[in-house]
Write a protein that binds this ligand. Structure first.
Ligand SMILES: Nc1ncnc2c1ncn2[C@@H]1O[C@H](COP(=O)(O)OP(=O)(O)O)[C@@H](O)[C@H]1O
Ligand SMILES: [Mg+2]
Length: 245
């Protein structure tokens, strides 16, 4: 079974300790979120897990065969149109061009893009459309592990929910494995099987939460109820400094 194991991980920038004694496992088919306040070390942790940053102390074992990313900013190539941006990864793997374009169109539709948008360039797309392209590009290659770094943060609440429901459909269809970084508790509850709470300065995991109900069955009522519950948790209050003064 493919898995990611993080053991006794520490990380510093200069003399500043950013992550301290991080331990967790991510198993195949699981959606694991790491939530915490901004500046708490979430992106640093994701970059270490993805091999974008060298591990200095501790260990990360990653046996997933392939991975893909979606970030807060879509990072599209400005000189390529929607479909060519999505097809990039497939073409880089040497996939037949027609097949790559066909698969790219299919996933684009699944993420709510329309045929009339396929030939558009990034400069002519709204923020939400760019993020649809970004998700499509990451998922079209069927990665065995998907890294998400706050990909919904810049979207308004309606768009957020729409893109999340497209992703949940794929989680259900393909048993995706996701490491999801966010400061938004509600979206973590919507998407995750498990949530780890990362407290800042230095970043350390102080609590775990588990959600057994399949993502497909979580309606707004469930999300709001669970959010209200978690917002009363002592560790959450301390970590996000929610004390009402
Ligand atoms: N390359 C870097 N060099 C020095 N400090 C950094 C670097 N990247 C991030 N930091 C600092 O590390 C801390 C954690 O950052 P980050 O991992 O981006 O947190 P988060 O994603 O939770 O907002 C912040 O204080 C940030 O300023
Ligand atoms: Mg970040």
């Amino acid at each position: 079974m493919e898995r990611l194991v993080v053991e006794s991980l520490n990380h510093s920038y200069g003399f500043t300790e950013i992550l301290k004694d991080i331990n967790f496992e991510l198993n195949q088919g699981e959606v694991l979120s790491i939530v915490g306040p901004s500046g708490g070390g979430k992106t640093t942790l994701l970059h270490l897990c993805a091999g974008l940053l060298d591990v200095e102390e501790g260990e990360i074992k990653n046996s997933f065969q392939s991975s893909a990313f979606t970030f807060q900013e879509p990072r599209l190539l400005p000189w390529k149109n929607v479909i060519d941006n999505i097809a990039l990864g497939l073409l880089a793997k040497g996939e037949d061009k027609n097949e790559a374009l066909e698969k790219s169109q299919q996933i684009a539709i699944q993420f709510g893009l329309e045929k009339k948008d396929f030939q558009k360039f990034p400069k002519d797309l709204s923020g939400g459309m760019k993020q649809r392209v970004s998700f499509s590009r990451a998922l079209v290659i069927k990665p065995s592990l998907l890294f998400l770094d706050e990909p919904f943060s810049a979207l308004d609440i309606g768009l957020k929910q729409e893109l999340q429901s497209h992703l949940i459909e794929l989680i259900h269809q393909q048993a995706l494995t996701i490491l999801f970084i966010t400061h938004d508790l509600m979206e973590a509850i919507r998407l995750s099987d498990r949530i780890l709470l990362l407290k800042a300065e230095p970043g350390r995991i102080v609590k775990h939460f588990k959600y057994e109900l399949p993502q497909m069955q979580r309606d707004n009522e469930y999300i709001y109820k669970e959010s209200a519950k978690i917002l009363l948790d002592k560790e959450i209050i301390e970590t996000f400094e929610l004390e009402f003064k």
